[in-house]
Ligand binder design. Structure first.
Ligand SMILES: [Ca+2]
Ligand SMILES: [Ca+2]
Ligand SMILES: [Ca+2]
Length: 676
């Protein structure tokens, strides 16, 4: 039988052996076995005792909503009576956006509770016998993983931003994943430009308050000095009465989001827990770390930066905490689904998920995932159907691909309507832990751990916020983690930047168009994937990590925030390497077969752009020869005649004069092949 556990994806770095798929999983391929033939849609492993999720027919849904003791079906009432049900409750809150939820059949899901003493499988079978019950789902509990946290060193905390940094956050230079300067002191083999391209994008937007990102994870430390100003706040509860559900959404005191384990507003991040082996498996700071990557407050003179953390003027995107882990405990599928429902109902437009069913890419297909995780899936579909950002029709869902070095992304991320994010290191290569191939959509920096002399070096991990109260963070508010968990919030952050830019500039798009922008605003990764690179196994021994299997399998490429903004603008991007002349043949970039560029009339380079990039130009035969002395980004305007007839000697008949923005992106050669 398949063994799934739901886990957060922070890498346990010491376990980063060149792990190939566990042989025990190979050939298991028990897809048929995953979905039992009966109405019982999943297996009872890791299921919560004393409760089941039931998907009922319309008549029963209506009857149970009125009186939970009478379904209108005598057989079902007899079963309920025999089991001595404690309670029958709708899974979802139909009082809020009920009509929209009905379209996803969410009104037909109920949670039934009964004595823990009863045999769960027997009860499930009894319900499955009722003609009124269409599906029975075991309430699978999410399992706590071990997460490696590397607190900031005193030296890290003493870091001060150089003058060339765009913001004054002192530890920004440690965040190579936003802007990689190729410092070998951070990572041996680190390459300039192997980053998310944040600095370029920040010239156009740094965030917008009206974009809300729901972080489905451990609780976010909302009081963190570098996060508190970018937390989403439910003002009715903030200004309301303690112990009272002031806004009537079904949850008391939900000021910063939802604790989906206890189903209240008491978000926590520092609850300790030890398993039976004495290992610490309590809160790790994972949710706070992920939140910082998306929206730590920029330019506030403290700590770090966030991809969409604003510019210090109060314009960062906001983080809503959806807490699915709490100390040693976790949500089941039911509460996780309610957390997703909450994010949809309370205004999040991006769902950030650094969790998944471990190894499930080898077991599920899209079809079996939809069936076996039906309650959660329907909540996801509902979330995606809502339009919580004025700039976008629909919402978007982004997942980490998983950390088991498997050639398939874990579900739910692998599902075709969600984005699954793979992870690269500071040298731009795939990380040793990242899942790849089937179901993977796009790559982003997730961090890598290597040896530096005799010691492990974690500076190539992702640096972000931590909760200092939490065991393992050593009293530090900042530190390192690595994993596809850390790559995923870079993509959520870029999605948030794109929406921010759209809001700021009156642009509208659909969620499908945003997915398309995320998947197409990429730099090439495949050209560099030949041969191998040196990595280190669990015991610290060097080995050669073969790059070949990753070629063509990390998704469409490495996401670049600047390109994403440019794609939204619909502007043509021209890539230039510093110090090398580039022949910009306008006809190759503009026009179509029907409307050819017949004559370039003029091009305008604003003085500030000319100076910033050190641009020199030449012009001949409809080609602009460009050379940039400095790295950077600038917009020029090209005017040309399309569709006319070039009669020679600079004369033209007919056609249409077109004026277009062209974005010049000038970069140092980072030796990773063509990068557009
Ligand atoms: Ca409330
Ligand atoms: Ca309250
Ligand atoms: Ca900061």
């Amino acid at each position: 039988m398949s063994k799934f556990k739901l886990s957060l994806f922070a890498l346990v770095a010491m376990a980063a052996v060149a792990c190939v798929a566990d042989p025990a999983m190979e050939g298991e391929g028990a897809k048929a076995d995953l979905i039992p033939a009966t109405k019982i849609i999943n297996h009872s492993e890791s299921a919560s005792q004393g409760s089941l999720l039931l998907f009922v027919d319309e008549a029963t849904a209506e009857a149970w909503t009125i009186d939970a003791t009478r379904s209108g079906n005598a057989q079902l009432d007899a079963i309920a009576s025999e089991i001595q049900l404690f309670s029958v409750e709708p899974l979802f809150n139909m009082d809020i956006n009920g009509d929209a939820k009905r379209q996803f059949d969410m009104h037909r899901w109920f949670v039934v509770k009964f004595s823990d003493e009863l045999n769960l499988e027997t009860v499930a079978k009894q319900f499955a016998e009722s003609s009124s019950i269409e599906r029975v789902q075991y309430n699978t509990m999410l399992k706590r993983p071990k997460v490696q946290v590397i607190p900031a060193s005193d030296e890290d905390l003493m870091t001060r931003a150089e003058n060339d940094e765009p913001f004054n956050d002192p530890q920004l230079p440690l965040q190579w994943h936003y802007n990689n300067k190729g410092l070998q002191s951070i990572f041996a083999g680190s390459k300039e430009g192997e980053d998310i391209g944040a600095y370029g994008a920040w010239k156009y937007t740094t965030g917008n308050r009206d974009v809300v990102v729901a972080v489905v994870d451990e609780g976010v430390k909302y009081s963190h000095e570098d996060l508190k100003d970018n937390m989403w706040v439910n003002t009715a509860e903030l200004n309301g009465t303690s112990g009272v559900d002031d806004d009537g959404n079904g949850y008391k005191d939900d000021i910063y989001g939802l604790n989906a384990v206890d189903l209240n507003g008491d978000i926590t991040w520092d609850v300790p827990y030890y398993n039976s082996k004495g290992e610490y498996v309590g809160d790790s700071g994972h949710g706070t770390h992920v939140a910082g990557t998306i929206a730590a407050v920029n330019n506030n003179g403290i700590g770090v930066g966030g991809v969409a953390g604003g510019d210090g003027s109060g314009n960062g995107v906001r983080i809503m905490s959806i807490q699915i882990f709490d100390g040693g405990g976790s949500s089941g599928i039911d509460k996780c689904a309610k957390g997703v429902e909450y994010a949809a109902d309370m205004g999040a437009s991006i769902l950030q998920n650094s969790w998944g069913y471990t190894d499930s890419g080898k077991q599920y297909t899209d079809e079996t995932y939809m069936k076996a995780c039906a309650a959660e899936y329907q909540a996801m579909k509902y979330f995606a159907s809502k339009s919580n950002c004025a700039a976008m029709t629909g919402n978007v869902i982004i997942f980490a691909a998983g950390n088991n070095a498997l050639d398939a992304a874990d579900y739910p991320g692998a599902y075709n309507e969600f984005i699954a994010v793979t992870a690269t290191g500071p040298d731009g290569y795939p990380t040793t832990y990242t899942n790849y191939k089937a179901g993977c959509n796009v790559a982003a920096p997730g961090g890598e751990t290597i040896k530096a002399g005799a010691n492990w070096s974690y500076k190539g991990n992702v640096y972000s916020t931590l909760p200092s109260e939490t065991e393992g963070t050593d009293g530090k508010d900042y530190g390192y983690m690595a994993g596809t968990s850390m790559a995923c919030p870079h993509v959520s952050g870029v999605a948030a930047l794109v929406l921010s830019y759209a809001l700021d500039n009156g642009i509208t798009l659909t969620n499908t168009e945003l997915y398309d922008i995320l998947a197409s605003s990429v730099r090439n990764i495949d050209d560099s994937l030949t041969g191998s690179v040196t990595r280190y196994n669990y015991y610290g021994s060097e080995y050669q990590f073969n790059l070949q299997p990753y070629k063509g399998n990390m998704g469409t490429g490495k996401l670049d925030a600047t390109l994403a903004i440019m794609n939204l603008r619909g502007a043509t991007c021209v890539p230039v390497i510093v110090g090398q002349e580039f022949a910009f043949r306008v006809g190759d970039f503009m026009g179509t077969n029907d409307i050819n560029v017949t004559m370039v009339k003029d091009f305008v380079i604003p003085e500030d752009v000319k100076e910033r990039l050190g641009i020199t130009t030449d012009f001949f035969n409809n080609t602009i020869y460009l050379e940039c002395a400095k790295a950077g980004i600038g917009v020029i305007t090209v005017k040309y005649i399309a569709g006319g007839k070039n009669v020679g000697g600079g004369a033209n008949t007919g056609g249409k004069l077109i004026e277009k923005e062209v974005v010049i992106i000038s970069r140092e050669n980072n030796d990773n092949g063509a990068w557009l």
